[in-house]
Each structure stands twice: as structure tokens, then as C-alpha cells.
Design a binder for this molecule. Sequence first.
Ligand code: ATP
Ligand code: MG
Length: 244
Amino acid sequence: MIPKSHPRYASLKTRDLIVSGVKKGITSLHGLIAHGRGEAFDYLIGEKTNDFASEAIMAAAAMLLLARHPVISVNGNAAALVPKDLAKLSKAINASLEINIFHESKGRQSKIKKHLERFGATNVLLPKKNSKIRFIESNRKFVNPEGILKADIVFVPLEDGDRTEALVKNGKKVITIDLNPLSRTAQKADITIVDNITRALPLLINAANHLKKCDKVKLKMAIKDYKNEKILRKSLKYMLQNLP
Ligand code: ATP
Ligand code: MG
């Protein structure tokens, strides 16, 4: 039991979720390392949602609502940390969730699917061996023909750089959540939310539910002036300026 008064309560609870994801067989051991890298950057942004993240969240919500066929890609870390919010976002923007993991495992894929469904997800797709995207060699090339293959916008929280690059080369627009503004994912995506997925996802759901009431012209306006390089620069500047 972690006492609520512990100064690192939120961070320790999040670690517990990742560890229990590994124990349940939905998160890979490598996912623990990825999480640690994220935590280090979370320190540098003060473990809070900053304006560079809020701006990206509004643009991401607008882009997802304008999409013809949006898909949310889910890996073992995202599933362990925010299963309920992934299910909620899927409903808010009317998009499927599609499992896509680096370390090939049929068992893990179906465990992630069941885990998401336990938290309310109703539209979870798995990759198919007869359907793939180009420019990527790993297991992650396999996609669902009704999901990522068809998608115009793919939301890929906590993504690997190779796959982000491949998705972009396949003509998809990519939205990510990544605490590291220097990662290849953060650099290659069209919209990068530099924030912890546990804080950013509830805000993205709220933004989508709010913007849903607006007409398309207003949504287009919300993304017209968005520049991801500017957002990444802002986040790095924040990190550097706040060093003691
Ligand atoms: P890239 O492949 O994009 O260059 P990488 O190899 O450093 O990045 P990966 O392990 O491929 O990292 O992807 C995981 C990414 O997710 C990392 O950039 C990490 O900072 C980020 N990350 C980990 N946990 C979280 C979290 N809870 N919230 C947001 N981002 C996170
Ligand atoms: Mg990587």
C-alpha cells in the first residue's frame, strides 16, 4: 500500500500499474524501460500539463474529430496505464482501438484486447497477417484492414520512432503523446503532446467532447495555425529554463 501522503504518490501508483501490466502479461518487460525514460522527462516538465501540451491537445482533438477514419493504436504500456480512458476516447471520437505491439505475441495481443474490453472498450481490432503497411520490417507492420490500413489519422500514444516514421511514409497523419520531445516519434509526428499519458488522455477526451459541438469550420480553424516544431521547441525551452 502506498500512503497517499507520499511525495511521489502519483508516480508510484503509475509504476504499480505498469508492473501489474507485466504480471498480467499485457506489458512487455521492455515496457518498464520505456516507462523509466518517460518518467525522467516528466521530472523536467514539472510532472504537470503545461501550455505546450494543452495547445497540442486541442489541435489533436480537432484533428481526430475531422478525420475520415481515425484509429487509436494501443501497445502494452498504454493498455496497462489508461485502459478506461482509451475506451472512453474511442467512443468520444468514434474510432476503433487497434492492438499493435513490437514484441510478437498472439497471447499478449488477445490479453490486451480482453483487458481493454473489461474497461468498457467495444471496438478492439487485432492485426492480421495478410495486411501490412510498408516501410517497416518488424512485427508492427501487420495491421487490420478495417483499422490502421484504412486510417487517415492514427493516434499512437507512447510510440516507437520506426513505426511513426513508417506510418507517415504510408500517408497517415500521426498524433502522439510522448514525454520526450527529442524522441524520433515526437519529431516525426504531426502533433506531439509532451505530457504523461495518464494526465493527457482525460484532457483529450474532454477536449473532444467539447469540440464535438462545434462546426467543421471552427475545428479546421483550431488546427490551421498549429505548428508542431513550435510546440516541441517550447517544451524543450521549458525544460532548460527550469533547471536549477
Ligand atoms: P523513439 O523510438 O521515438 O526514438 P525511444 O526509443 O526513446 O523513442 P520507445 O521505447 O521507442 O522510446 O518509446 C516510448 C516513448 O514513450 C519514449 O519516448 C518515452 O519517453 C515515452 N513514454 C514512456 N512512458 C510515458 C508516459 N507515461 N507518458 C508519455 N510518454 C511516455
Ligand atoms: Mg524507439
